[in-house]
Design a binder for this molecule. Structure first.
Ligand SMILES: Nc1ncnc2c1ncn2[C@@H]1O[C@H](COP(=O)(O)OP(=O)(O)OP(=O)(O)O)[C@@H](O)[C@H]1O
Ligand SMILES: [Mg+2]
Length: 564
């Protein structure tokens, strides 16, 4: 390791050698260039007529996608600002499941406009502008909420329309109606109403892929699918592979007698048998306890048994004789929770504590093969609080894209449950906010006015991009759109299918309020962070540099100088 000597007036020489540094005016400027670059990359993919990207990862995986977050996560960047944008897209996807491309486009467009307003050398101006930008964003959020209409969360048709819009925008053209129907049924199944609020845990909707058939063959299971990546299925060959309408026992530990053998092993003590009879009697006692456990399960009425840890083979044999399937080693608490939610069974720790009311109910417990895996299907029917969508398609890439889209729809619905409201889509909302901001800007002056204008003009890039991607003339489309909004027709936007400016409510093109809110909030937060950066200090190459330097010194030490 080597350090440069630090002259009193320059703190930078204390950095490790090899540290890359971008300073002063170049910091924010290079951040802006990256943000613009990514916005330009995203723009052609926006909307249902957007293009897909084919990305090849380091492991030679081919990803074909239109999902903004998936695009960014499949790429590797060397610029740290790109990582910040990657994280921003991920966080938008995780919190609302949609709107990632819109967020990145907005960040790039606003950064471009703000940075062109001030000379890069006068950093204080940028900070001032960011401050005013916050004011502009608050105006935009206020207008966004005014434009929203309440959405009837339990109404399946409205929810289906929302799901279909997201699926189409992700490039899924086949079986859109069928998939939207499945995901809406799944979400309604897992939703819980407490007071006046609906809650959805996205983890309660499982999505599994099967690389056969077509998307039309995808199905919904009102229950859980316990994946078995190894060969552990229903544990005994004599047990039935499928049972219907049974009560389900769920044990959170092992079903095994804790006998003297085990205790001896725990304390690492020796067990001394005085005679063969003594040994036999102990084994008999052990087996009798195992049989007793099976009898207990049978007597309280269990028709299928699940255990988080192993089940003794004698117990399993007794259960098999009674025609009861048993699944051992669920291992993870997540799988235990899935069975509990699917059947309503209460997991118990001690078998002796188990009562009839702890048992759940399953319409079907079955061992099946899905894809490459052996799985146990536990259908709880109407009582189930988990749902599983089995996606089928012969195209692996389509399966991956559909899986991501469905997961995002579930996340979007869980955000929607908290804020059940929608806004017109197709760039109508962005144009309406932009129109409002332009009018508001006239009431202000100086930096504040410039910030409001910058946000207004950046928002217009959304309808413009939608028009360009669908092959419309952007100038014509924008002029028509502006004239509609000037006449207070704020629900008019770009309908990419009919390629005209149209009423978005009539065309059924709607976006979710929580998605648009999150997009605006993330765009502001990330933008403020990027623009404030005035210096990038990158230590990535410092280690290599230090190693090279040490090697150089060593080589010098052993260098033999031959005198002339
Ligand atoms: N039929 C349609 N006509 C016009 N615009 C549409 C239509 N359907 C959806 N849109 C608009 O497309 C935009 C969303 O496009 P897209 O889903 O590609 O981007 P995103 O949601 O920002 O990113 P991602 O879905 O990758 O997270 C929204 O503004 C939405 O209103
Ligand atoms: Mg989308």
């Amino acid at each position: 390791m080597s350090y440069r000597r630090a002259p009193p007036d320059s703190p930078y020489f204390i950095l490790r050698r090899g540290t890359a540094r971008e300073r002063g005016e170049e910091g924010p400027v290079s951040g802006v260039i990256v943000a613009r670059g990514l916005a330009n990359f995203m723009r052609p993919a926006l909307g249902p007529d957007g293009a897909s990207k084919l990305l090849v990862t380091e492991l030679k995986d081919v990803v074909v996608t239109r999902d903004g977050a998936r695009m960014l996560s499949s790429m590797s960047f060397s610029h740290p600002i790109a990582w910040i944008l990657q994280d921003a897209a991920k966080s938008v996807e995780k919190s609302v499941g949609d709107g990632t491309k819109t967020a990145i486009i907005l960040i790039g467009e606003i950064a471009k406009r703000l940075s062109s307003l001030v000379s890069p050398k006068r950093k204080t101006q940028i900070c001032r502008l960011i401050h005013e930008c916050r004011f502009a964003y608050e105006l935009a959020l206020k207008r966004l909420r005014e434009l929203a209409s309440p959405l009837d969360f339990g109404h399946p048709e409205t929810m289906k329309r929302v799901a279909m819009n997201i699926l189409r925008a992700r490039g899924i053209e086949v079986a859109v109606d069928h998939l939207a129907e499945l995901v809406v049924r799944a979400v309604l199944k897992v939703s819980k109403t407490i007071g006046n609020t609906v809650y959805i845990n996205p983890d309660d909707v499982q999505i599994l892929k099967q690389n056969i058939g077509s998307l039309y063959d995808s199905e919904l299971i009102l229950g859980a699918v316990i994946d078995r990546s190894s060969d552990r299925g229903i544990m005994h060959l004599l047990m039935p592979r499928s049972v219907r309408n049974v009560r389900v026992a769920l044990i959170d530990t092992a079903i095994k007698p804790t006998d003297k053998f085990v205790r001896m092993r725990i304390y690492r003590r020796e067990l001394i048998f005085h005679s063969p009879e003594h040994m036999r009697s102990m084994l008999d006692e052990h087996n009798e306890m195992a049989v007793e456990m099976a009898r207990r399960l049978i007597s309280i009425g269990a028709g299928a048994v699940f255990s988080r840890r192993p089940i003794h083979e004698v117990t399993a044999y007794e259960l098999a004789k009674a025609g009861i399937p048993a699944v051992e080693r669920l291992v993870s608490r997540k799988r235990v929770a899935l069975v509990a939610k699917a059947t309503g069974a209460r997991p118990v720790v001690k078998l002796s504590d188990m009562r009839g009311e702890d048992l759940g109910w399953a319409e079907l417990v079955e061992e099946r093969r899905i894809g490459n895996y052996q799985v146990i299907v536990v259908e709880g029917g109407e009582r189930s609080r988990v749902a599983t969508i089995i996606l089928r398609s012969s195209s692996e890439k389509l399966l991956d894209e559909a899986e991501h889209a469905l997961k995002d729809i579930v996340t979007a619905f869980s955000a929607l449950a908290k804020t059940p409201a929608y806004v017109p889509g197709g760039g109508a909302t962005e144009e309406a906010i932009s129109f409002y901001l332009t009018k508001e800007a006239e009431k202000h002056e100086g930096w504040r006015q410039m910030a409001i204008y910058a946000l207004a003009s950046a928002l217009e890039q959304i309808p413009i991009s939608l028009a360009v991607n669908s092959g419309m003339d952007p100038a014509e489309a924008l002029t028509e759109l502006r004239s509609k909004h000037a006449n207070s027709l704020h629900h008019y936007g770009i309908d990419v299918y009919s390629r005209r400016v149209a009423d978005m409510y009539e065309a059924g093109i709607i976006d979710l309020l929580p998605v648009k809110e999150q997009v605006l909030k993330t765009a502001y937060e990330v933008l403020a962070m990027i623009l404030r950066i005035d210096e990038i200090i990158d230590r990535r190459s410092a280690k290599r540099y230090a190693e090279d330097h040490v090697r150089e010194i060593r080589e010098k030490k052993y260098e033999v100088k031959i005198p002339d």
